[in-house]
Design a protein around this ligand. Sequence first.
Ligand code: AMP
Ligand code: MG
Length: 414
Amino acid sequence: WKFDNSYLNLPRMLYTKVLPTKVRFPELVLLNKNLSESLALNTDYLNSELGSAIFSGNQIPEGAEPIAQAYAGHQFGYFTFLGDGRAILLGEHVTPTGKRFDIQLKGAGITPYSRRGDGRAALGPMIREYIISEAMHNLGIPTTRSLAVTTTGEYINRDKKLSGAVLTRVAASHIRVGTFQYIAQKGSLEELKKLADYTIDRHCPGAKNFVNPYRQLLKVAIYKQAELIAKWQLVGFVHGVMNTDNMTISGETIDYGPCAFMDAYDSNTVFSSIDYNGRYAYGNQPHIALWNLGRFAETLLNLIHKDLTKAKEIADIELAEFPVIFQENWMEGMRSKLGIFNKEEEDSELFSEFLEIIENQKADYTNTFIELTNVRKPQGEMEGNKEFLKWYIKWRDRLSRQSQSKAQSIQLMK
Ligand code: AMP
Ligand code: MG
């Protein structure tokens, strides 16, 4: 490990120093060897009792100065002050090439922000976060990563008794929209500026060269989120709980709770059992991302311009870019999923017809693309569907209007 703890230089209100609560029988159940190597850690050394001790929070690696981070958030639209209630940041590991990664233990015990929670996590959800975050990474989607899962040898009480576990999460940072909301509410302008400058240094150092670095910070965050959400939509990923505390400024997907990949195509798909109104439904994710970015923009207004009216005008101009960037990225991704290399005016119609048909037929989203990739007319729900057959012929015509071969199209679709 080569720990640095630059977050400790930020205003005191943003964190509390706290140690993980020791567990009874730590046992390493998953170690991500690829990730460990790409972080230049000693994998053999970690794949041991010592690794279990570190990844469960029983032993603090040299140089780490553990903290719980404070943040706020709009949860299902309602503003609350929160913070790491069950996660503890060991520090920032800096790789030999100078890359900085947060190393965080999720499920490591209570903190001053735990409220009525027990500070613990169950094995099932931690393995789910491990699997889905690694799947997202390998699908080319920005995300926090998972380095290890340990069990604690202790039970935790949920609906029933469950095995306790700790997930080691690796992230570009854990700075959230909610982190800005927290300091904008509780801190001075000077303190807010410290967080903004720190975030610029970590995630968009180029912004410092602009006349208005804070406008640039907003622009970059909007750009990254628009790109990210387009990628989610393209693979049918439903985050489940897109509260502002679960949205990073780095543009990484974070906090895998009741998330999943949609099966039958339905824009109303919801995975959180408490999302009664479908606020975080699949089809709503781009709107929610923009709403969250609006909350981020609000926190920056005083830094963007002294005159609040002007600041709002600037923020609105930047926010208006979101749908444009989202659409461009989504169209590009859809073209790839359907083997299309060049652009045509009618592509958006071709795609919306396709989605309408599979939505009506309740066809499986990903499997329908796979069948098209296998150059088969889709089976199952789509077999013999006249509307679909018409669309299929239109699509094949579309593929013939480009110079690339069929084999190249299939490669692209894959
Ligand atoms: P989430 O919806 O998982 O993003 O969590 C929202 C907030 O609840 C965060 O501040 C978490 O740290 C906190 N939280 C979730 N589970 C627990 C728990 N078991 N103990 C303490 N705090 C928790
Ligand atoms: Mg969260």
